[in-house]
Design a protein around this ligand. Structure first.
Ligand SMILES: *[C@@H]1O[C@H](CO)[C@@H](O)[C@H](O)[C@H]1NC(C)=O
Ligand SMILES: *[C@@H]1O[C@H](CO)[C@@H](O)[C@H](O)[C@H]1NC(C)=O
Ligand SMILES: *[C@@H]1O[C@H](CO)[C@@H](O)[C@H](O)[C@H]1NC(C)=O
Ligand SMILES: *[C@@H]1O[C@H](CO)[C@@H](O)[C@H](O)[C@H]1NC(C)=O
Ligand SMILES: *[C@@H]1O[C@H](CO)[C@@H](O)[C@H](O)[C@H]1NC(C)=O
Ligand SMILES: *[C@@H]1O[C@H](CO)[C@@H](O)[C@H](O)[C@H]1NC(C)=O
Ligand SMILES: *[C@@H]1O[C@H](CO)[C@@H](O)[C@H](O)[C@H]1NC(C)=O
Length: 480
């Protein structure tokens, strides 16, 4: 059955509203994709990882996602500072570094065996990012061997972070050669080949940011038979840049059709990885590079997280690892020392929608409008939840439009269905500035626990059909 979608405009008293009809196929359509239990995962910046383990919110936020999904999120420990880190087997602390200001990331650091003891206590699959840029294979191998020996949860290891950004004077660049995808590919191949006999075939390859010049599909032929040492491939992705004061744009970030267009670029890398029998991840991602811009802590960014995860999955990305950077200096972070950030509301909401029984996910709109409608299908094949997102931008002044979505023939039963709403006063609202961002009417406290019981709204079933209304910059889940 095909999804039918029609749009009309009804002049209503307070604002212009879009009316849409969406037919929900009774079984997953051919465009539906499988959903990894850890589809929404987390990346923790290498040097900050030990400090993250000391925050109550880290445990509680990860547990909350895990409770909704029925499986813990995966964790990748890595980032720029993995390529500045030297393993010191005699270091007593997990990490050692000096920074001039607590908001800085260290220019160099050492880490010791207890780094991996902390990592071994995480609940989900753990991917550890090691240094390649400094060209000390002996050192990274010593770390890899210790990690492999003590971490039962060790899933994969990266050798180098975003090697596409290494400078020509970086120690890894062979004398006389110009750093390029081909030279890096040979380096990845050589390192995997050297290290696999001691630690196994568990490498996460690629780890590039500059798609498509640097890509998984470009790397695979260079790896040739060394692909047998690779477990997964990863690309990094930030739709916007906040580096060096670059300007960011919230209406564009949260715009459904722009999210559809942006994520479609990952389909070919995912296909190449899957063709080689490997998973494909956005192994580090968030709204804007360089820690996030002014748009990153807003409600619009929370809505972006939600829609972006679903579009990533629909483009066959298996997992998206949302990056968490320097604690206390991280606009896009899901949580920090004293508060849960607004983007976490999007992470929680999309996890609620995917639930612990969604075998298949489908998009039911055509991807070019402002309103997105998704269906999650249970393993029985029946639709179990719908997510409706009105990505129209509401800045908090003027009238707030809404989309009316009519869903015919969804139920034979009479009575009602429940819906849960993710809302805030506007797309620019920020929890850290006191805004009332809520899921089912309640918020998370600083320790990442809900401050009350979530409420749902009852929508009556009329003639087997339902109709829901979603305001601009708002989303809801329909529980079927
Ligand atoms: C920690 O690093 C500082 C430099 O940042 C260094 O002076 C000190 O000796 C290191 N401590 C240990 C135990 O390695
Ligand atoms: C590389 O690492 C090894 C072992 O950790 C160490 O002994 C050696 O000094 C390092 N080499 C360089 C050039 O830093
Ligand atoms: C896609 O849906 C939008 C409404 O959401 C509609 O305006 C547009 O005509 C549709 N496009 C196609 C190609 O069906
Ligand atoms: C969303 O993006 C589409 C495609 O770029 C554009 O046509 C539309 O005007 C945007 N809508 C909003 C509300 O930003
Ligand atoms: C918010 O949007 C209204 C119209 O929708 C516009 O007049 C106003 O300038 C905008 N405010 C800001 C701060 O962008
Ligand atoms: C309602 O019942 C009819 C007849 O049994 C069945 O064909 C149809 O699929 C059902 N629709 C829903 C939404 O369950
Ligand atoms: C916050 O929003 C919820 C609905 O989402 C509402 O029930 C509650 O009263 C609001 N609280 C405040 C302080 O505005």
């Amino acid at each position: 059955m095909r999804a039918i979608l029609t749009v009309g405009f009804l002049g209503v008293v307070c604002s212009l509203s879009a009316a849409i009809t969406i037919t929900v196929p009774r079984a997953p359509p051919s465009t539906a994709v499988n959903v990894d239990p850890a589809a929404l995962s987390v990346s923790l910046e290498f040097f900050a990882f030990p400090d993250y383990t000391q925050l109550t919110a880290t445990t509680n936020c990860l547990d909350y996602i895990g409770s909704l999904r029925g499986a813990p999120p995966a964790i990748r420990i890595g980032g720029t500072t993995q390529d500045r880190a030297i393993y010191d087997p005699s270091l007593q602390s997990a990490v050692n570094y000096t920074v001039a200001d607590p908001s800085d990331a260290p220019a160099s650091l050492t880490y010791g065996p207890s780094f991996f003891t902390l990592a071994s206590k995480l609940k989900g699959d753990v991917t550890v990012g090691l240094n390649r840029q400094l060209n000390n294979l002996t050192n990274s191998l010593a770390a890899a061997e210790h990690a492999n020996a003590i971490m039962e949860n060790l899933y994969a290891m990266e050798l180098g972070n975003e090697p596409d950004l290494y400078s020509q004077s970086s120690p890894i660049v062979p004398a006389g050669s110009t750093w390029s995808p081909s030279v890096d590919g040979q380096s990845q191949r050589a390192w995997f080949t050297s290290m696999a006999p001691s630690v196994g075939d568990l490498f996460q390859g690629a780890v590039y940011l500059s798609y498509p010049e640097w890509s998984t599909r470009g790397l695979i032929p260079i790896l040739s038979s060394a692909i047998s040492y690779v477990k997964t491939f990863s690309g990094h992705s930030y739709p916007q840049s906040a580096c060096g004061g670059a300007s960011t744009d919230l209406p564009s970030l949260m715009n459904h059709s722009e999210i559809v267009t942006y994520t479609s670029q990952y389909g070919s890398d995912a296909a190449a990885a899957h063709g080689a029998g490997k998973k494909y991840f956005l192994g580090e991602t968030n709204s804007a590079t360089c820690g996030g811009g002014g748009i990153s802590p807003t409600f619009g960014a929370a809505l972006w997280v939600m829609d972006y995860v679903l579009q990533g999955l629909l483009n066959n990305v298996d997992r998206l690892y949302f990056h968490q950077g320097t604690i206390g200096n991280c606009q896009y972070c899901f949580w920090g020392r004293s508060a849960v950030g607004t983007p976490f509301y999007g992470a929680a909401f999309v996890s609620d929608f995917l639930g612990d029984n969604s075998a298949r996910l489908a998009m039911l709109d055509n991807g070019t409008g402002l309103t997105a409608v998704y269906a999650a299908y249970a393993d029985t094949g029946a639709p179990t939840r719908l997510l409706v997102y009105n990505s129209d931008y509401y800045n908090g002044t003027g009238s707030r439009s809404s989309a009316a979505v009519f869903i015919p023939g969804i139920m034979n039963a009479s009575g009602s269905v429940h819906v849960k709403r993710l809302t805030a006063p506007s797309a620019t609202a920020r929890v850290d500035q006191g805004a009332n961002v809520t899921i089912g009417g309640v918020q998370f406290d600083a320790a990442c626990q809900l401050t009350g019981t979530q409420n749902t709204e009852k929508i009556s079933i009329e003639g087997g059909s339902i109709s829901v209304s979603v305001k601009a910059s708002e989303a809801l889940i329909v529980y079927l």
